[in-house]
Design a protein around this ligand. Structure first.
Ligand code: AMP
Length: 419
């Protein structure tokens, strides 16, 4: 029987996992410097949370959720994104009654039943942040600045930041009417999904994955023209703030979030070299979400980055990934000296040196070959003759030189050479 990983999933094996650790470290350090703390929430939640928190007209909820009935007869869903769970946790633990704003980040696998393609998986990873409890436009600026900083700290300079405002529910209701009026005469040209949802949620037609829908509604009225004074003021301040921070952006009328509780700022970051899958991350304000999920009237804003796309973008910069090469291979020719071999391994490991030895009963020659294959910089030989004299031989695999040192000097010499 041949068992393979399910379609749309994949394994992260060494040395690839080191690359993941590297980008995760850079991202977390950047977020921590911006005052965010990590939150961890369950991989699955009650299905209702996502139906409410993500929205029941979205592709995620209508087509892409991994939903099943558990043994207790409850409908549960593998998390397709992080914002709904963060909102649930914020409400469940009354975090909103503590100091505001609450600044959280998360990192982990998400699940969406989508057609796998380049840069699109069924299990993928997202890093995201949520800032709850401030409606100040400079909070929007700071959140966007964090997204940009993460990219820059990973050496990605050629990004495009797309920005729009989706206004408040009042602006959007005015806009919805205008948009429905524009779409109705061409509704037969839309995909079946858009035909059934355009009257209730015409914004979904603008960001439909099917390009024919956008072509059909060409010349559609833009949301910006329907913004009320407050929303326009908020958007202008965000733009001023970004400009003040030297962050370039493109105003993008097509960037919409079609749900009632998304408000004001919406943004996406693209890496144009990636073509169709160029969006590496996106987010926006969701001032209605906490209340919609049963909490107080608390504003919020956040974003999520797709880690697979980010990693392949970093890869393309030609980055010199941190080497995972073994530093020292401890060579033990005689089985009865195993304990001494392990002791040497432990001394080196305790001092932070990546050390390993053979466990397959290889001959001395084969162990030397093995050390070479593993990329070990040094080999410490625990030989019978050397031991009798209280000494060890250190072989430098790069310079092909050898020296003999007493046990007390071993660690210092190894560290010296490695430096
Ligand atoms: P979204 O929550 O849909 O705005 O997604 C945020 C980011 O997650 C996107 O910009 C992508 O980089 C990434 N993403 C979303 N869906 C997938 C997927 N199926 N496979 C890989 N990455 C994804």
């Amino acid at each position: 029987m041949e068992i393979q990983a399910p379609r749309g999933t994949y394994d992260i094996l060494p040395p690839e996992s080191r690359k993941w650790q590297y980008i995760e470290r850079v991202i977390k350090e950047t977020a921590e410097r911006f005052g965010y703390s990590e939150v961890r929430f369950p991989i699955f939640e009650h299905t209702e949370l996502f139906e409410r928190g993500v929205g029941d007209t979205t592709d995620i909820v209508t087509k892409e959720m991994y939903t099943f009935i558990d043994k207790g007869g409850r409908s549960v869903t593998l998390r397709p994104e992080g914002t709904a769970s963060c909102t649930r946790a914020l409400i469940e633990h009354s975090i909103y009654s503590g100091p505001l704003p609450v600044k959280w980040y998360y990192n982990g696998p998400m699940f969406r039943y989508d057609r796998p393609a380049a840069g699109r998986y069924r299990q993928f990873h997202q890093f995201g942040v949520e800032l709850f409890g401030s409606n100040n436009p400079y909070a929007d600026v700071e959140v966007i600045q964090l997204l940009v900083k993460i990219l820059e700290n990973l050496g990605l300079k050629d990004y495009e930041l797309h920005l729009n405002s989706v206004g408040c529910p009042q602006c959007r209701e005015r806009y919805r009417e205008k948009l429905v009026e524009h779409i109705t005469p061409v509704k037969d040209q839309l995909c079946p999904d858009c035909q059934s949802r355009y009257a209730k949620n015409p914004l979904r037609v603008i960001d439909c994955k099917n390009p024919g829908c956008l072509e059909a509604i060409v010349g559609f009225p833009v949301l910006y023209d329907s913004l009320c004074d407050d929303c326009r003021q908020h958007y202008n301040t965000v733009q001023e703030g970004l400009t003040g921070q030297g962050i370039a952006y493109l105003h993008d009328n097509q960037l919409v979030r079609g749900l009632d509780y998304y408000t004001n700022t919406a943004f996406e970051i693209h890496l144009p070299q990636f073509g169709a899958a160029s969006a590496v991350g996106g987010g926006g304000r969701y001032n209605g979400l906490v209340r919609f999920c049963g909490g107080p009237d608390l504003p919020g804003i956040g974003f999520a980055i797709g880690m697979e796309r980010l990693l392949s973008a970093v890869e393309r910069t030609g980055i010199d990934w941190e080497k995972d090469d073994l530093q020292v291979f401890v060579l033990v020719p005689d089985e009865h000296n195993r304990n001494i071999g392990l002791e040497i391994c432990n001394i080196l490991r305790e001092a932070g040196v990546r050390t390993d030895q053979d466990y397959n009963g290889r001959s001395m020659k084969a162990q030397m070959k093995q050390a070479n294959k593993r990329g070990a910089r040094l080999v410490v030989i625990v030989g019978e003759d050397e031991l009798a004299a209280g000494q060890f031989t250190i072989r430098d695999m790069v310079h092909k030189t050898q020296l003999t040192v007493p046990k007390e000097a071993l660690l210092d010499r190894v560290k010296e050479i490695l430096q």
